[in-house]
Write a protein that binds this ligand. Structure first.
Ligand code: ADP
Length: 413
């Protein structure tokens, strides 16, 4: 190399920012540049003739020799420390991270290795900071996610509250609607009542008036039987009107849910005797009521008044819708849970087309229109029985007769 070339080489060699360290095959340092000396804390040429090992931290001495020898055998340039971190040892004893590339050289038949070393402390520090930042960020993300999921949960709870609120409102609206509907029905009922009063009450009232007038005419003491007849007529008709009024009161109570059932234990025979006793007064010429007399063992825990009302309604209908000289049969059976009352007549029956509407309020079959009635009784009986866990049904054939059946639990709940 000419002096001039050597000068240029030296300038370049010293100017390179990487540390350059040349070692021979025994790993003795032959040459270092200023960057390498600065990096490892040595004065100019202080490293020459020293073992390379002085630049390597104590804890890596054991593995270092083998690495260099392996490299010398392969004799090609490569990056050192692939897959692991490399460290340099500063003269002052500190250790710092480096990156090193190894290049084999042949000069005059002798092998050397030129190592290019970079101090990567700052980069490592930055990496570390980045890692810390990442960890912090991850922590923050985790915290935020947690906060978010808490918020979502809170929102869900709010939603649930809102749903409950909406449900409540709908319920309130429905209640108002129901109340309005009931009010409307009550109004209809009142209108119906007025028209019924003017229609249904007319005949009995004029009967009562006539009897009362005639009563005044029978002044002689031997006319007592005539007086009795008119007194009976008056009392029957007053009874009849009273029953209609009671039916109306029942409907209103059923409608407004104001019914309080009163339960007690009673003998069925007591109710049957009472119903039959009252019905006997309504019997037409030649009509008979057959009823079981061996029912003294049967008792009910029920609302006695309602059972009586149901039974008397059916018996009165059987009498009312049958002609003279007919029989009304009452049959009663009881098992361990239910009691059934069956009321049979051979009356006018219910036309097949009217049968499905027979329990509708105010409905009267077409063949019954000449007989007095309001079409309320069966509707009330059905409502009461259903309230008490019972039922009512019938079979009927026009001009042959009808069979009505009531089933009621022996014990009210
Ligand atoms: P009402 O007898 O006052 O009209 P109900 O509600 O008791 O009212 O009966 C409704 C209708 O059912 C009656 O109008 C009648 O058409 C029919 N009905 C009820 N019971 C009998 C019966 N035993 N035989 C024939 N028809 C009946």
């Amino acid at each position: 190399m000419l002096q001039n070339e050597r000068d240029i080489f030296n300038v370049l060699f010293e100017a390179v920012s990487e540390g350059v360290i040349v070692v021979d095959t025994r790993q003795k340092i032959i040459l270092t540049n200023a960057s390498a000396e600065r990096m490892f804390g040595y004065d100019k040429s202080e490293l020459v003739d020293k073992d390379l090992i002085v630049l390597i931290p104590q804890e890596h001495h054991a593995t270092h020799g083998a690495h260099v020898e392996g490299f010398l055998k392969q004799k090609e340039s490569r990056q050192m420390g692939r897959g692991r971190d490399l460290y340099g040892a500063h003269k002052n004893g500190t250790v710092f991270p480096v990156e090193a590339g190894l290049n084999p050289l042949q000069i005059n038949g002798e092998t050397f290795v030129m190592a290019l070393v970079i101090d990567i402390s700052i980069r490592k520090q930055q990496e570390l900071q980045l890692q810390e930042l990442n960890t912090k960020l991850e922590k923050k993300v985790f915290e935020r996610t947690l906060e978010l999921s808490n918020t979502v949960e809170a929102l869900k709870a709010v939603n649930l509250d809102r749903d409950a609120e909406i449900k409540k409102r709908i319920e309130a609206q429905n209640k108002t609607k129901d109340a309005l509907k009931k009010e409307k029905e009550l109004n209809e009922l009142k209108t119906k009542f007025l028209s019924l009063v003017s229609h249904e009450f007319k005949t009995p009232l004029s009967g009562i008036l006539t009897s009362a007038m005639l009563l005044g005419k029978y002044k002689l003491s031997e006319q007592q039987d005539k007086r009795d007849k008119h007194i009976k007529t008056i009392s029957d008709k007053v009874h009849y009107l009273n029953n209609i009024l009671n039916d109306f009161l029942s409907i209103e109570k059923l409608e407004t849910g104001k019914i309080n059932y009163k339960f007690n234990t009673f003998k069925i025979s007591k109710v049957v005797n009472e119903v039959v006793y009252n019905a006997n007064m309504l019997l037409k010429e030649g009509q008979i009521i057959n009823y079981p007399e061996s029912i003294d063992d049967y008792s009910l825990y029920q609302d006695e008044k309602i059972v009586e009302l149901a039974l008397s309604n059916l018996v009165h209908n059987a009498i009312k819708y049958s002609s003279e000289n007919t029989i009304v049969d009452i049959e009663i059976e009881q098992d361990d849970k239910f009691t059934s009352f069956v009321i049979k007549d051979n009356g006018i029956g219910i036309p097949i087309n009217d049968q499905k509407r027979i329990f509708n309020r105010y409905f009267r079959a077409e063949n019954a229109l000449l007989t007095q009635g309001t079409g309320i009784g069966l509707n009330i009986v059905k409502s009461h029985l259903e309230n008490l866990g019972g039922s009512i049904s019938f079979k009927s054939e026009e001009n042959k007769g009808s069979v009505f059946t009531i089933i009621i639990p022996n014990k009210a709940k």
